[in-house]
Write a protein that binds this ligand. Structure first.
Ligand SMILES: Cc1ncc(COP(=O)(O)O)c(C=O)c1O
Length: 473
């Protein structure tokens, strides 16, 4: 196409969009669609120039805010240029179509085998795993396998399978509430308390019975970032088995910790080294450092994933085993994970996670020094920590007000109530991810101190009506 073509309005352009040639030149945001409104809730009647549609979408997305300053999310918001290139090159790949994309399928297997080894599966070749769209799907699959194993064992003994239950901390992520709701499993929540800040195996015998399909242990509780002591939970279940005969498996929800603990706490026994651990899930798009959405779930052995749950799907002339809730989903993220495994290796992951942890510990230490705050934890498990307002510190403001003040500077640092039993305690949490440099963290500390100074100078209480506390886990 020549420049003249671009300037001269074509018949078809006029016919379908009413655009003038001059508008196509668009020196200053004056194309139709930029200088006038697109309909928001109805499909536009005609086409638009790709440049116009791009500009409109790009500009709207700009209003989403700066993801690097979002310290609420666990999800990766940055990848390097080579990763961007792989992403663009593989955006068309469909993970389910293993016949069409056999190499992506082979790479998926390599990735979960690497994880099975990293998580100390006794024999990775006898383990089984899959990629998922994220931890929620991975947890659902882990939970479904627990339920089916329990059903099979009960049926084999001629016992009822009507009332399965699952033991969880009251601070589980919402995906587990969904699992119990969607698949008719009774959730039995062990409340966290000041004394037991995480599920740690205490009083487990009061929750467990013959209908318990499993216990969920979280490596990196969403509310606070703390690890649940998987080995202590397993020891409690060993004692229960000795007393009652109930042999109850553990699923480890390692959404964040699954990609932190192997590097930063290599001696901590939380993974397949603990014999009771039947399956482990993680979010590749959290500390796996991949863009959303990718997760992984791995079972200790093929026997831990009942064969009845695995479908053999014929697709484009091939056969493939499939254990997933979705059918089609992007394959690009799997390639991105493989790229990072090759690019970083063990040492690279260690350095990245350690840098995040150093920043988290720095921030926690500085916040802990401020008289206004009491730390809930210190960022030494996953690089996440939470704090509360010191008792009796002020009647004039609370952590929601602080959260609002920090938003004025672009920082997203949510405040929210702790789960049932501790719901009168409000905490504020920072998730440190790759990309929050020490320099940025120092700027954040300046902003926090300035916001607290401002709030401390108030002579009467801030209004509490209309405060946004709707952060969900
Ligand atoms: C402990 C835990 N489990 C599960 C999830 C759900 O993860 P995803 O967003 O990958 O579905 C999260 C998310 O924050 C989490 O923290």
């Amino acid at each position: 196409m020549t420049t003249e073509d671009l300037i001269k309005p074509s018949e078809s352009t006029h016919a379908f969009t009413g655009l003038s040639g001059q508008n196509q030149l668009n020196p200053l945001f004056c194309r139709e669609g930029e200088s006038s409104d697109f309909p928001l809730n109805t499909l536009p009647q005609g086409e638009s120039l790709p440049e116009t549609a791009y500009q409109v979408v790009h500009d709207e997305a700009m209003l989403d805010g700066n993801s690097r300053l979002n310290l609420a999310t666990f999800v990766g918001t940055w990848m390097d240029e080579k990763a961007q290139r792989i992403y663009a090159e593989s955006a068309d790949k469909n993970m389910v179509d293993k016949d069409e994309y056999p190499q992506t399928a082979a790479i998926e297997t390599r990735c979960w085998l690497m994880l099975a080894n990293l998580w100390h599966a006794p024999d990775a070749n006898n383990a089984i795993g899959t990629s998922t769209i994220g931890s929620s799907e991975a947890c659902m699959l882990g939970g479904l396998a627990l339920k089916r194993r329990w059903q099979l064992a009960r049926r084999a003994k001629g016992l009822s399978t009507e009332k399965p239950n699952l033991i969880l901390s009251s601070a589980v992520q919402v995906c587990w509430e969904k699992f119990c709701n969607y698949w008719d499993v009774e959730p039995r929540y062990v409340p966290i308390t000041d004394e037991h800040k995480v599920l740690d195996g205490h009083d487990l015998d009061k929750y467990v019975d013959e209908n318990t399909i499993g216990v969920v242990a979280i490596m990196g509780v969403t509310y606070t970032g703390m690890y649940e002591p998987v080995a202590a939970i397993a020891a409690a279940l060993d004692r229960i088995q000795a007393d009652t005969g109930f042999d109850i498996p553990i699923h480890v929800d390692g959404a964040s910790g699954g990609m932190i603990a192997p590097f930063l706490q290599p001696d901590l026994r939380w993974d397949f080294r603990v014999e009771r651990v039947a399956s482990i899930s993680t979010s590749a798009h959290k500390y796996g450092l991949v863009y959303p959405g990718l997760g992984w779930v791995i079972w200790r052995t093929v026997d831990d994933l009942p064969k009845e749950l695995v479908f053999d799907v014929t697709y484009l002339g091939g056969h493939m085993p499939s254990f997933a809730l979705n059918f089609s989903r992007p394959g690009a993220q799997v390639l991105l994970q493989y790229y990072l495994f090759l690019r970083l290796g063990f040492d690279g992951y260690y350095r990245v996670q350690k840098a995040s942890q150093d920043v988290a510990v720095y921030l926690a230490t500085e916040i802990g020094k401020m008289p206004a705050f009491d730390l809930w934890n210190d960022g030494t498990d996953i690089p996440v920590f939470a704090w509360q307002l010191s008792k009796g510190y002020t009647q004039n403001w609370n952590l929601y007000h602080l959260s609002e003040r920090l938003r004025l500077k672009g920082w997203l640092i949510p405040a929210y109530p702790m789960p049932d039993n501790l719901s009168d305690i409000t905490v504020q949490r920072i998730v440190v991810r790759n990309g929050l440099s020490r320099n940025l963290a120092e700027s954040l500390m300046l902003d926090i101190r300035e916001a607290v100074d401002y709030l401390d100078r108030l002579e009467s209480p801030m209004p509490t009506e209309g405060l946004v506390g709707g952060f969900t886990h």
